[in-house]
Design a protein around this ligand. Structure first.
Ligand SMILES: *Cc1c(COP(=O)(O)O)cnc(C)c1O
Length: 395
């Protein structure tokens, strides 16, 4: 038997990736699958972004680059953070990473010591607790409910803090719930963070995917004191439909960014050099705003349709998601837990959804509407049939 390192046995493989893979496999075998499992936009990367990367390739941007990123990209990111979020950062406050996931992983390695506590509101993005464990920290999960739109309250945060608390993880707009904190709510959390001298990492990967006129504010923009304790994690995957490019970034106080750079210098080195030129185009091209709007409009229409369908099924309920491309649906009235629900749904109706258990909420499932309208309608009709049949079986 292989004697694996203890750290591996303490983490669980990504359930979302596993289910998405199973649905893809069934589809490849010719099964008529409706998939709500996707964790990525279903659009191609905009052409002007691809063109910029191709042109960088042609210009020989094919060698090792600076560990922390191409200078032009770090500048563009610093400019973006100043312009979009009034964050007073220079390029030295920024490191380019292999995606937002890598940003967060690097951060945990740079900040968390054995025994440090990291407060994570549930439902959470499934990698947060696992990353904390890989860094030998203790994830402290704080359950939130649909009554507060799955937002952690300042009181809940305060109650979870101990002498070992190091970091609080904030994700707005949220995966899996689509929740967006409003400015007053963010301010109230910032006050607790400053009062207890914690760090906060703000995962802003869905900042551009918002509905009904809701605005995103970055917690670091609320003043000097909170900015000192803030690390921004972001990337190009969701906003620009660039999931396969693997480009993300961290922004924060310079000594921390230097530490992350040191770690990165011994693990991955620089992010794919020519890909970074695509990212510069994403941030700087005048073609970006209309492209983002087109994607947002499509998501917005699908969100409307999926919400109507969910609300027509009496056993299902969900808060209205204000960002990202997910709906987090309470299934407790069906009498099934989330694994049973998703297993049986795939088996009986060929519909793929992600069990809420993966996100720390076993009474829910996550439906992604990053798929075409026809599939959403067909898939939701199947879910309705499934729920009705389940009800009949239980009588
Ligand atoms: C997709 C996602 C990320 C990171 O994605 P990358 O592809 O690694 O850039 C980070 N946080 C959340 C909540 C996500 O959904």
């Amino acid at each position: 038997m292989i004697q694996l390192a203890n750290r591996v046995t303490q983490v669980t493989p990504s359930l979302t990736l596993a289910i998405t893979a199973k649905a893809k496999e069934m589809k490849a075998q010719g099964v008529d699958i409706c998939s709500f499992s996707s964790g990525e936009p279903d659009f191609d990367t905009p052409q002007y972004i691809k063109d910029a990367a191709v042109s960088a390739l042609d210009q020989g941007k094919t060698k090792y680059g600076a560990v922390a990123g191409e200078p032009g990209l770090r500048e563009a990111i610093a400019r973006k953070l100043n312009n979009d979020s009034q964050l007073n950062y220079s390029p030295n406050n920024v490191i380019v990473t292999n995606g937002g996931k890598h940003s967060l992983f690097n951060l945990m390695l740079a900040l968390i010591e054995p025994g440090d506590e990291v407060i994570i509101p549930a439902p959470y993005w499934l990698s947060y607790p696992e990353m904390v464990k890989l860094a030998q920290g203790n994830p402290i999960i704080v359950d939130t409910t649909a009554e507060t739109d799955y937002k952690i309250t300042p009181e809940q945060l305060r109650q979870a803090i101990t002498s070992k608390t190091k970091l609080f993880v904030l994700n707005s707009p949220s995966n899996p719930t689509g929740t967006v904190y409003n400015p007053a709510e963010i301010k109230a959390l910032a006050e607790v963070i400053v009062e207890h001298n914690l760090w906060v990492v703000s995962d802003e990967i869905y900042e551009k995917i918002l509905y009904d006129g809701v605005v995103h504010i970055s917690i670091g923009s609320l003043g000097e004191e909170i900015l000192k304790r803030t690390i921004i994690s972001n990337g190009f995957a969701k906003s620009y439909s660039m999931t396969g490019w693997r480009i993300g970034y961290l922004a924060g106080p310079e000594p921390l960014i230097k530490a992350v750079s040191t770690i990165q210098s011994h693990s991955t080195s620089n992010v794919c050099t020519f890909a970074q030129y695509g990212a510069i185009a994403a941030l700087e091209s005048p073609k970006s705003p209309p492209c983002l709007q087109t994607m947002r409009d499509a998501f917005s229409q699908r969100r409307q349709v999926i919400l109507e369908k969910i609300r027509a099924i009496p056993q299902l309920s969900c808060p209205t998601p204000m960002g990202s491309f997910y709906v987090f649906v309470d299934i407790s009235k069906t009498g099934l837990n989330s694994l049973e629900f998703c297993d049986q749904l795939l088996e009986k109706q060929q519909v793929a959804a992600i069990p809420g258990k993966a996100f720390g909420a076993d009474h829910c499932i996550r439906l992604s509407y990053a798929t075409d309208l026809a599939s959403i309608e067909k898939g939701m009709d199947r879910i309705e049939r499934f729920v009705q049949e389940t009800k009949v079986n239980q009588l």
